[in-house]
Design a protein around this ligand. Structure first.
Ligand code: ADE
Length: 225
């Protein structure tokens, strides 16, 4: 899989892909992530990428021309299964969307900034608009990193234990059961006996029950879906 990200602030996207699982996935060539600096496609001497909004009002709007140039160049090199715009008014991102996107070959993500992008960008180029939650970030970069992380960890061969993504919270609309490690007792707090029993059938049943109980208590809405 390949993920291209267009941004006015490319430095914000260095660290998320330079550590841990995402870095390993890139090194193992399970995914290629390319960040494109929108400023390189800006207009005139100052590489302008934003301007005042028509009709007045506070805040700058990202112009269509630099974005058009950048998307056009990238689309000449490959075709994209999705061109995603990160925006608080998009569809709410969840595990189902992550699973769906993890099956794609090429994804292009556009990060918005300031007041957002000229509406004509959305009308012309965008196939999907995604929000990571009902709050407003300073820009789409952190949201793009969140979406990329959720997708990349699902790619085959990225996690060491291939089954571990399947037991994540939200797969099957259930939260994950509690986990414990050594010591078996800490200041009087003991790990549930069943986990030390060696009875794998009983452990499996316990985990399923716990996942269900947790979901019922913390996120009953998931059980209704
Ligand atoms: N850009 C600003 N806020 C955002 C959000 N909540 N989700 C996605 N992109 C955003």
């Amino acid at each position: 899989m390949r993920i291209d990200i267009i941004t006015a602030l490319p430095k914000l996207l260095v660290s998320p892909f330079s550590d841990s699982i995402l870095q390993r996935a890139i090194n193992k060539r399970k995914v290629e992530v390319q960040v494109h600096d929108l400023r390189e496609y800006g207009i005139g001497k100052h590489h302008q990428i934003d301007d005042y909004q028509f009709g007045g009002g506070a805040g700058m709007v990202m112009m269509i021309e630099p974005i058009h140039r950048c998307i056009e160049k990238l689309q000449q090199e490959r075709s994209y299964d999705e061109v995603i715009y990160m925006t608080p008014d998009g569809e709410r991102f969840n595990q189902k969307t992550a699973n769906h996107l993890s099956l794609k070959k090429n994804i292009l993500i556009l990060c918005g900034h300031y007041k957002g992008v000229d509406q004509r960008v959305r009308d012309r180029f965008i196939t999907r608009e995604i929000s990571i939650g009902d709050y407003v970030l300073s820009g789409g970069e952190l949201a793009a990193a969140v979406v990329s992380d959720a997708i990349i960890r699902l790619l085959p061969g990225v996690l060491n234990d291939e089954t571990s993504a399947l037991t994540d919270s939200f797969q099957d609309n259930l939260l994950a059961p509690p986990v414990y490690t050594r010591p078996a007792e800490y200041e009087g707090d003991a790990v549930p006996d069943v986990l030390l029993s060696g009875d794998f059938k009983a452990i499996e049943t316990w985990r399923e029950d716990q996942a269900y109980e947790r979901t019922k208590t913390l996120r009953p809405d998931l059980l209704e879906e």
